[in-house]
Design a protein around this ligand. Structure first.
Ligand SMILES: NC(=O)c1ccc[n+]([C@@H]2O[C@H](COP(=O)([O-])OP(=O)(O)OC[C@H]3O[C@@H](n4cnc5c(N)ncnc54)[C@H](O)[C@@H]3O)[C@@H](O)[C@H]2O)c1
Length: 367
């Protein structure tokens, strides 16, 4: 199969879908790999590295989409790429279709087969731990006085306790946040709705300043926090919020919210996605950091993890064709977003009030 790796065009996005060591495997399996020139530069992979691994360099995205059938990306398809889509394209990237009607319409109109990479990871996306780790690092930075924060040090000295963080959601992202916060000695309250997640964190951090609790205890902890880090997996269609706007005025002056989950008016009512170019905004005196591509700040590491995670799936699609690969792998199937203009991804259908074909019906029909 002809596989294309475009250069990511989202602002401040340095990740690339596959590194030279990953494409070597595809080429050895008999596939052809095209790379848009300079796509790997910010991930420490030069054009020469790709050529040595066997890739064919092309100068523009237009040329790449023209040559390749399977397009493998990191971030969503953006407006300049819409016109390049064709019905015979297989698109594999992090689409986040529920919240992006314009992109979903472009994929449906093009009638291509699109797979949301973020739904295909059996053990969680490799981006998630990095997002939690870097997100917590940003929260610490925002706590400093020159950045408008509370001015409490992240370490305890001279009788002053260390800064206090509340982390909500203890999955892949939340655990990443704890990995950044706890070694500094930050007083951390870790909340989750799921007992298993709470127990696991309590065992892991039994000798650290970590208080573990149910999310129902949020109000017991939030009002004296210096930083609040949201890492909850929030159903996109939920209309309620864990932190409604009315709560903001009760937070400590200078406190910040880092919403790694990044759901527009989701668990945090006042959240809307931002970018690394302009990462923060303030509502009712509370600074919000809601960057939707946090791992883009550590592209060298993030590309290594992403490429490793997706390579077996890309190889299966290239070897067997997308439809057969989807039928054989339930996790790949969970990512099926649309095919031939038909919407399959339930979450996007519900959230955008669009008709969709349930995945199991599509699978039965396609056999
Ligand atoms: N901003 C970024 O760059 C970025 C990068 C990666 C992931 N994310 C987002 O981070 C979010 C979390 O991802 P993850 O991989 O950690 O998910 P996960 O499924 O591993 O963990 C989510 C956790 O939230 C908990 N949870 C669910 N509902 C809750 C509630 N009402 N109250 C408290 N806890 C609740 C779950 O029990 C689980 O422990 C996702 O929305 C993901 O898209 C953002």
């Amino acid at each position: 199969m002809k596989i294309g790796i475009p250069r990511e065009i989202k602002a401040q996005e340095g990740r690339v879908a596959l590194l030279p060591r990953h494409i070597k495997t595809l080429i050895e399996a008999g596939h052809t790999v095209y790379l848009e020139k300079d796509a790997g530069l910010l991930s420490a992979a030069s054009n020469e590295d790709y050529v040595t691994a066997g890739a064919i360099l092309v100068d523009t995205a237009a040329e790449l989409f023209e040559q390749a059938t399977l397009i493998v990306k990191v971030k969503e398809i953006l407006e300049p790429e819409f016109a390049l889509l064709r019905a015979d394209h297989i698109i594999f990237t992090n689409i986040h279709a529920a919240l992006d009607a314009e992109q979903l319409d472009a994929l449906l109109t093009a009638k291509c087969l699109a797979i949301s990479a973020e739904n295909t990871h059996k053990f969680g996306s490799p981006n998630c731990p990095l997002a939690g780790e870097v997100g917590a690092f940003e929260a610490i930075r925002m706590t400093m006085a020159q950045n408008g924060g509370t001015g409490r040090h992240f370490m305890s000295h001279f009788g002053e306790p260390a800064a206090k963080a509340v982390v909500i959601g203890l999955g892949n992202v939340g655990q990443g946040s704890l990995r950044t916060l706890v070694p500094f000695g930050i007083r951390t309250v870790a909340l989750d709705i799921y007992e298993g997640a709470r127990k696991s964190i309590a065992m892991q951090y039994h000798n650290a300043p970590v208080t573990v609790g149910d999310v129902s205890e949020l109000e017991d902890h939030i009002y004296d926090a210096d930083m609040i880090i949201n890492c909850v997996l929030w159903p996109k269609h939920r209309k309620d919020h864990l932190i409604p706007r009315s709560m903001l005025k009760k937070l400590k002056r200078g406190a910040c919210i880092v919403d790694v989950s990044c759901d527009t008016a989701g668990a945090i009512e006042t959240s809307r996605a931002t970018s690394w170019a302009d990462p923060e905004y303030t509502v009712d005196g509370i600074r919000h950091f809601v960057v939707d591509n946090i791992p883009g700040s550590v592209p060298v590491t993030a590309s290594a993890g992403y490429g490793e995670a997706i390579l077996p799936k890309i190889l299966a699609i290239a070897d067997k064709g997308a439809e057969q690969a989807i039928r054989e792998d339930e996790w790949l199937a969970k990512g099926l977003t649309c095919i031939g203009g038909e919407l399959i991804l339930e979450e996007a259908g519900i959230y955008q009030n669009k008709p969709f074909t349930p995945l199991c019906d599509w699978v039965k029909r396609s056999v």
